[in-house]
Write a protein of this length. Sequence first.
Length: 414
Amino acid sequence: MNFQLREGEPVSSTSNPGRINSTLRKFLDNGASGGLVLMAVALLAIITANSPLAEDYFHILHVYIGPLSIQHWINDALMAVFFLMVGLEIKREMLDGQLSSWSRRVLPGAAAAGGMICPALFYVLLNRDNPAALQGWAIPTATDIAFALGVLSLFGSRVPTSLKIFLAALAIIDDLGAVIVIALFYTADLNLVALIGAGLVWGSLFIFNKMKVKVLWPYLVLGAVLWVLVFASGVHATLAGVMLALMIPLKLTPGTPEATPEESPLHRLEHALHKPVAFIIVPIFGFANAGVSLSGLSLSVFTEPLTMGVAGGLFFGKLIGVFGVVAVLVKLGVAQLPAQASWGQVAGTALLCGIGFTMSLFIGLLAFNDPAVQDHVKIGILMGSLVSGLSGALILTLTSRRQTTSQRPVHTTA
């Protein structure tokens, strides 16, 4: 889930001693395996939910440990760590990465905005006659960064590095948009006392940041307190992860021995969280939430407005929003296509943005409390993500093969 790669650098796990290891290169090295693990876990969850183990599967998720059920511990506590990772990535990219200047933000930023607005409009259009269903408008706006980059990484050098950077930057901004949507539209009744307490703790973290405190444990201890207070406040508890991330220092005082980028608290925490988040936390969330029982469901479920709004929003909405915005900006001369990328490859990448698995599931659980409606949402997410992923992979295969063929030298005989 980490992204930082400079144009022209090979995607490789090797690096010279003393050189800063690129976080994007590390992610791209592991992205395919992380995406495959998540894919396998999702499939396992569906199989389990439709097997003789289904009753045990759903029962275990609702077993309480302390004040929360296992499913709530996963969705509210473990996913707070996921959002901490997301927040660290957003901060680093905005201050010291591929989104550190406005010129770098224009194309992925506009594409991310289009990739959120169009799916939402598609969903609202199909569900305009059902006010209750409109609560799920944000579900198809999300892109699952692990899946999308994982699929793109499978093509290796057949797709240019610039396209991977574009997708990574777009997904980062998409995550930021999802965090804002959750905070603004999926917050319950507020407990002002807990909210004020969370503000005071966040203020303490701000002081630590300004004092350039470089050890991580004070941030993490206050971060745990922050999570409890945010949970009690009515704001979704996972946002505590983002709030904590924004206060982790990225740069240390110049001239000190610890002032190298890889030694900053943010980089150290990000590196420590990378593999646990990608290979433990996100798969656990996927297994706990992707399981949907198909027993008793009629074929009409697959064509009802809510399901089609989610699936169609992910497939058509993301394609139109991302590719359409890129096309307009390039034609107007505001931006250029990612270096060495073809229009077909950009279209394939736009389709991959329709893989909304993790964040879409998360928003779906916030939008609807009825388990039956949640099942319909899950079916829509799985349909849209599967069709988007397969279509994107097919387009990238065809366009990358054609581009490789056209670049082969032509040998002539005298």
